[in-house]
Design a protein around this ligand. Structure first.
Ligand code: GDP
Ligand code: GDP
Length: 435
């Protein structure tokens, strides 16, 4: 399970600085999706091989001092409720203020794992009185410098280690693929969800299991089980096209995290926007299999169709492996193809390859095209094993692997995809140094 970590604390303690450090990856920010609430910052980061989501709350304003707890912004409270762990950031240089004590009190009651983080440890004279921080009753503090990065990795290790490993979730009893239909407002998500659930052959079970707001709808199609993650609350809306309640970024991220297959809906009339590319980027980062669904294909001229295909290639080149379907959700055309694609991606992403099989591929791959020399010695790939599924993770062992050029990694990835028949899903390659 990808952990959701909330950063909480009063202003100026260094939350944004820590946020930036934790989300250094390519698709750090999704705060700018029009139509989505944007008062908080969300990002995806990675610690070693484990991705996580970070929410920077910034919710405690000094003006609201009198009734801090009462005024504790709903947003922050919601972020705490939705998170798996909370980093309570305080300023090591300034020590504990009464505001900090009030926040601590709220956090202790939240029932979430709380990590007390003393930031700005690089400042001279920081934390003269360690005992002061113990008074908060939040356990041993983690000392960091968000600005310089010291202590951040041990903090993240501690947080992630205490949470269930991603594998334990992947192995949960499966009831068919969990599908998330995501995209910008008005691209046709609700129309598509309704088309997918509204087919004659579909039996929708009435079991609105809701944990974090997004409803999961279990159903069967041709006797096969599926679960629709209804982020947009389609089923709760009276009419399609009706303005939908603002879909929070967090809900989108959670759906991405929880889905086995993501249908990323694009609007053929609008073309591909930055937010589309962002969303796809995050799906890739979280290792989710994606189907690119180009909706509203009806009524498009041949020229416009051609232009759109070119745009797809250009703007979403980093996910060139994903299947693309052109559909009209409104007319219900192309929906059957989507199901075939969903079934295929789901099955692909859950495969397990034996170490023997992987090493036979590795031998072939190396004999066709050897890794280059580095510092006069040949880089050696010794063996490979599967480190996980969905995303399929291939772990390579060998020498000088840190010097393996990107071009060779791309060659490896391509060759393994082809040999294993996993050409449409994300694959993660990990290189482990060692003899
Ligand atoms: P936020 O309001 O909690 O999000 O705080 P910011 O991240 O905006 O940081 C407030 C100020 O503290 C900025 O001037 C930062 O440069 C500074 N700051 C943040 N982290 C550190 C740190 O680890 N060391 C030092 N010396 N300054 C820091
Ligand atoms: P959402 O905000 O992404 O859930 O989008 P909706 O499903 O509410 O659709 C937004 C608008 O696009 C509505 O007016 C739909 O009727 C229209 N729409 C949805 N799918 C199609 C389609 O395939 N073709 C055309 N022409 N319009 C569509």
């Amino acid at each position: 399970m990808t952990a959701i970590i909330a950063l909480v604390g009063r202003p100026n303690v260094g939350k944004s600085t820590l946020f930036n450090r934790l989300t250094k990856s390519r698709n750090a920010l999704v705060a700018d999706m029009p139509g989505l609430t944007r008062d908080r910052h969300y990002g995806v980061g990675k610690m070693g091989e484990r991705p996580y989501l970070v929410v920077d709350t910034g919710g405690f304003e000094p003006e609201q001092r009198e009734g801090l707890i009462a005024a504790m912004a709903d947003q922050t409270r919601q972020a705490i409720a939705e998170s798996d762990a909370v980093c309570f950031v305080v300023d090591a240089k300034e020590g504990i203020s009464s505001q900090d004590e009030e926040i601590a009190q709220v956090l202790r009651r939240s029932g979430k794992p709380i990590y007390l983080v003393l930031n700005k440890m690089d400042v001279k004279g920081a934390v003269a009185e360690m005992g002061e921080f113990h008074r908060l009753g939040l356990g041993q503090p983690y000392t960091i410098s968000a600005a310089h990065g010291h202590g951040v990795a041990p903090l993240m290790d501690a947080i992630l280690e205490a949470l269930p490993a991603p594998e334990s979730v992947a192995k949960a009893p499966e009831k068919g693929p969990r599908i998330a239909v995501l995209g910008r407002p008005n691209v046709g998500k609700s129309t598509l969800v309704n088309a997918m659930l509204g087919e004659d052959r579909v039996i929708v079970f009435d079991a609105p299991g809701t944990t974090r707001d997004s409803i999961r709808i279990p159903y069967e199609r041709h006797g096969k089980p599926y679960v629709m993650i209804d982020t947009a609350g389609v089923r709760r809306r009276a009419r399609v096209g009706e303005g939908l309640e603002k879909l929070s970024v967090l809900k989108t991220l959670e759906a991405l995290r929880d889905a086995d297959v993501v249908l990323l809906v694009l609007d053929a009339h609008q073309g591909i926007a930055d937010q589309d590319a962002h969303l796809v980027g995050i799906a890739v980062e979280l290792g989710r299999p994606v189907v690119l669904v180009v909706n509203k294909w009806d009524g498009l001229t041949a020229e416009a169709r051609k232009a759109l295909r070119e745009q797809l290639q250009r703007r979403l080149d980093f996910i060139a492996y994903a299947p693309v379907y052109t559909i009209s959700a409104l007319h219900g055309t192309g929906v059957g193809d989507l199901y075939r694609s969903i079934d295929k991606l789901w099955a692909s992403a859950r495969q397990h390859f034996s170490t023997g099989q992987l090493n036979r591929v590795l031998e072939d791959v190396i004999s066709t095209h050897q890794p280059p020399l580095a510092g006069g010695r040949r880089i050696k790939l010794r063996y490979c094993h599967q480190g996980g599924e969905n995303p399929i993770t291939l772990v390579f062992h060998g020498n000088q692997l840190t010097r393996l050029p990107g071009s060779y990694k791309r060659y490896l990835e391509g060759a393994f995809r082809k040999a294993l028949g996993i050409d449409q899903i994300p694959v993660r390659l990990i290189f482990r140094q060692g003899e």
